[in-house]
Each structure stands twice: as structure tokens, then as C-alpha cells.
Design a protein around this ligand. Structure first.
Ligand code: DX5
Ligand code: ZN
Length: 225
């Protein structure tokens, strides 16, 4: 099985229309999306604000797919329990937002969620060397976090390779997720570099037909012909 065949597609509902969010989520699930990616922003760690645990809990019954919560918030330890109770399956925090990343990671594991750590474009992969054994997921940001619709930063490709090498060397099973500026045109290349989960926001929800966009991405990855 090729690397492309194993890759998961995680539509980011940041770019969805919340006036018809139930339809948007059903559309991507029906088209074969693997996870639902939920971007939580606090207006401090990133210059944008989205939603808290109440919205995640309200959305939870709309889908049976795993909820992949990407916390772009300062001091996320304060909120990880609330997001877990709201239905998050994976909780990813930013390395840059944690004073005690190791403790936050342990806390998320205690809560029974899968745990991810995300790196901003200027944060080196090597900083995960003392954390990777405890992780289920590494999230490489391929844009500066905060907004959908930005361009993929090419340097992220090398970081995906480095993350994959780190995981391989240790013989670990850790998802390598990439987030920002991804669409059908560059998806296969990113998977080739080592990504196992691709987050896609505007390329899926920006064009008016999210189901067709998921299908395009799946075709680009060779999941369907
Ligand atoms: C950005 C978010 C992303 C965002 C990606 O800070 O973390 O998940 O939705 O959007 P696109 O796919 O449009 O770059
Ligand atoms: Zn995200």
C-alpha cells in the first residue's frame, strides 16, 4: 500500500459556513473525510477567535468521525478537560503555548484522549525529541496559525521529513499531521514527504461543494480513482 493510500483527510471547519454547519459536516463525512478538524483560537496565542467547548459539544452528535481539536490558545492546560468532556478525540496543543509541555501532554493522556503537539513554522522539529515518545500526533504548521486561506510555506515540507525520521528512528507509531495551505494540487507531495493526516480548510469549504472537494482530495491521494 502506498503512503498516499494511508493518508487521512481532516476537513477544517474553520472555513465552513456555520449557518449550515450540520449540512457541511454531513457532506464531508459522506464524501469520505476521515477526521473533523476543529480550530480553537483565543485571540491571544493567535490573532483570531473561534469557539470553545460548548460549540464542540453541540457539534459532537452531528458526526461519528473523530474530532481532532487543534488548540491555538495560551496555557491550554486550563481547558483540556473541558474539550475532552465536549467530545474531543484528539487534543493538540502548541509547543509554543505551553510552559510545561510534558505535563500538559500527560494530562491529556490521563483524560483518555489522543495527544498531539503542534509546531509553528519557526519552531524546529528537534524540540520534540524529549516528548515524542509520549505523543500520538505531531502537527506541523505549514502556515502561521490563525487564519484559513494562506499559502503553504515550502520549508514545512522538510519539517515533515524530519518529523517522520524522528518517529521512524524511535520505532513509534505517531501520526504526522500537516495544516495550512493544502489542497488537491499539493496533497500527494506532502504525503510523499511523510504526512499521514492532511488538514484542509478553504480548499474544502471555500468552493461551495465540500463533498466534491473531499472527493478531489481523495483522488489526488489515490484513495479513489
Ligand atoms: C489555521 C488553522 C487551519 C486552517 C487551515 O490556523 O489551524 O486548520 O483551517 O486552513 P487552510 O486549509 O485554508 O489553509
Ligand atoms: Zn488547524
Amino acid at each position: 500500500m502506498s503512503a498516499a493510500r494511508r493518508a487521512k483527510i481532516a476537513p477544517s471547519i474553520l472555513s465552513a459556513n456555520f449557518a449550515r454547519i450540520a449540512d457541511e459536516i454531513r457532506a464531508v463525512e459522506g464524501a469520505g473525510a476521515d477526521w473533523i478538524h476543529l480550530d480553537v483560537m483565543d485571540g491571544r496565542f493567535v490573532p483570531n477567535i473561534t469557539w470553545g467547548p460548548k460549540i464542540v459539544a453541540d457539534l459532537r452528535p452531528l458526526s461519528s468521525l473523530p474530532f481532532d481539536c487543534h488548540l491555538m490558545i495560551e496555557d491550554p492546560e486550563r481547558y483540556v478537560e473541558d474539550f475532552r468532556k465536549a467530545g474531543a478525540d484528539t487534543i493538540t496543543v502548541h509547543w509554543e503555548a505551553c510552559r510545561h509541555a510534558h505535563r500538559v501532554v500527560q494530562r491529556i493522556k490521563e483524560l483518555g484522549a489522543k495527544v498531539g503537539v503542534s509546531l509553528n513554522p519557526a519552531t524546529p522539529v528537534a524540540l520534540l525529541e524529549d516528548l515524542v515518545d509520549d505523543l500520538d500526533l505531531i502537527l506541523i504548521m505549514s502556515v502561521n496559525p490563525g487564519f484559513g486561506g494562506q499559502r503553504f510555506i515550502p520549508r514545512a515540507m522538510e519539517k515533515v521529513r524530519q518529523a517522520e525520521a524522528l518517529v521512524e528512528q524511535r520505532g513509534l507509531t505517531v501520526e504526522i499531521e500537516v495544516d495550512g495551505g493544502i489542497g488537491a494540487e499539493n496533497a500527494a507531495e506532502i504525503v510523499e514527504a511523510g504526512a499521514s493526516v492532511l488538514v484542509m480548510g478553504s480548499s474544502i469549504f471555500g468552493g461551495g461543494d465540500p463533498a466534491a472537494a473531499v472527493q478531489r482530495a481523495r483522488r489526488a491521494l489515490g484513495v479513489v480513482r
